[in-house]
Structures are given as C-alpha cells and as structure tokens.
Design a protein around this ligand. Structure first.
Ligand SMILES: [Zn+2]
Length: 264
C-alpha cells in the first residue's frame, strides 16, 4: 500500500526521507463522461490507480518503495467539455499556478522528486510547461506519468469488437469506474460517440503527429447529437476495468524504478 500524504502527522512527515521519496500527484478532472459515467470519472480512476500501483509495487517486491501519494487534484483543464452540463474547468494560468504553488511548498519541505500522474489528457500541456519551470527555477526533478496504458495489447484486448474510436468516456474509462463501483455507472443510458469534425480535420493540426484542437462537441451520436465521448461504452464491465487498471499500474513500475535511481 502506498502511504498517503494527508494521513501522515507532522512528526511522521519530519521523518520522511525527502531526497529519496517521490511525491506522486494524481491530477484528475471534473467533467462530463457521457450519459453513463460520472463527472468525477478521472478522479475516481486516479484514486484507483494509486491503489493498484501500490499492489503492483508489492508484487514487484517493492512494498517499501519510497513514494507518497498526494491527494488527487480534483479539477483540471476541461475547456473542451465546458459546454456540457456539470463540467468544471480551471483556466490554464490558474491551473499552472495551483500546481506550481503546491510543488514549491513541497520543495520548501525538502522534496525534490515529484511525479504527476496524469489522469486526464487535457491537463498534460500545462504540466509539461510547468515541469520545465520547476526544474529550471527550483532545481526540482518533475516527472510525468500517464495513468492509462491505453495502447497496451492487454488493454486493447478488452475493447469490444467494432468499437472504434474508444477514448474519452468510452468503454475503457467506463470499465475502470465500474471496477471501483458499478453503481456509479448507468450503462442503460449510454450512447456511442463518433468523431465527426475530428476525422480528416487538418485545420487545427499543429505539427508532428500531434493533432490538437478537437472540441468535445465534435464527438456526436449517430443522430448527430453532440455527446462528447469517443467510442461505445455499451460493452463496459468491471472485470475489463480491473484488467485495465492492473495493466496500467504494472506498466508504471519500471518508470518509478528509473525515477528512484535519478540523481538531480
Ligand atoms: Zn476521463
């Protein structure tokens, strides 16, 4: 089990080896995930990932791995979802300063290694910029971990046949929430999302193999109603969710080992 930052007393925190310990900061989002999955899907997945990661470390013989889990940052950058009911977003500069200030406080206490566990892709660009600033301004060693090994063959194998475009709020994310608590998912209301304006839209292509600029309204149902999810969540199950969480956690272990060895 990974020790949680908020559960330590001040005295216990004083005894933590700050140079060695990695502070894992899970960054989630509070945004729509279709008809069927909760607004807090990314936060729920983030919390679950910390638990699964703890188990994966134990299985790797690293039960005492020097890591402390920070509380999940519950709101992130959800600009692309803001027109859907319930989605909450920070502005990029607010988000940058929120994470900067948290990191600086950690730095003041002696921590040097922080790892952002990114549980919502929209947060990534700001965290990339922030990481460089933390390194150059404070000399910290920030690392970025992705919470979902969505391209892993074991994860891909969970996706129902014909469910193309499975992504945000689709079968994979819905399954992960079900692995935590099936009652949070209302599968009977689910609809598939198909990327309409996204496919073949070159106007917002920025360079390299990165295509940015998709707006969640561009993901529509077969009838053309904006739904803001990718893929068909209809085949989601708790068992699939456990496979995805377990696989994703296992994949993170070698990266954490590397971070442990890292000398600033
Ligand atoms: Zn999500």
């Amino acid at each position: 089990m990974i020790r949680k930052y908020r559960e330590l007393t001040r005295l216990e925190m004083e005894q933590v080896d700050k140079e060695e310990t990695i502070v894992l900061i899970p960054v989630g989002a509070l945004e729509q995930h279709g008809n069927q999955a909760p607004l807090g899907t990314d936060d729920i997945i983030a919390e679950a990932m910390v638990e699964y990661l703890g188990k994966a470390l134990e299985e790797a013989g690293e039960a005492d791995f020097p890591i402390l889990a920070f509380p999940v940052i519950p709101v992130g950058l959800s600009t692309e979802h803001k027109n859907f009911c319930g989605s909450i977003t920070l502005k990029p500069d607010t988000y940058y300063h929120l994470l900067y200030d948290i990191s600086e406080s950690l730095y003041r206490h002696g921590f040097r290694k922080i790892a952002f566990l990114v549980c919502h892709g929209g947060n990534l660009p700001v965290i990339q910029i922030l990481s460089r600033e933390l390194r150059s301004e404070l000399g910290m060693s920030p690392f970025i971990l992705s919470s979902g090994a969505f391209g892993h063959p074991d994860v891909q194998a969970t996706i129902s046949e014909g469910n193309h475009y499975d992504f945000h709020g689709g079968e994979m994310e819905t399954s992960m929430v079900m692995a935590v608590d099936e009652t949070l998912v209302k599968l009977e209301t689910s609809e598939a999302g198909i990327p309409s304006a996204f496919v073949g839209n070159q106007t917002l292509k920025t360079g390299g193999n990165v295509t940015i600029g998709w707006v969640s309204e561009d993901w529509k149902t077969a009838e053309g109603k904006p739904i803001g999810i990718g893929g068909d969540p209809g085949g989601a199950t708790a068992e699939k969710g456990r496979i995805i969480l377990e696989t994703s956690a296992k994949v993170l272990v070698p990266g954490l080992m590397e971070i442990r060895k890292w000398k600033a």
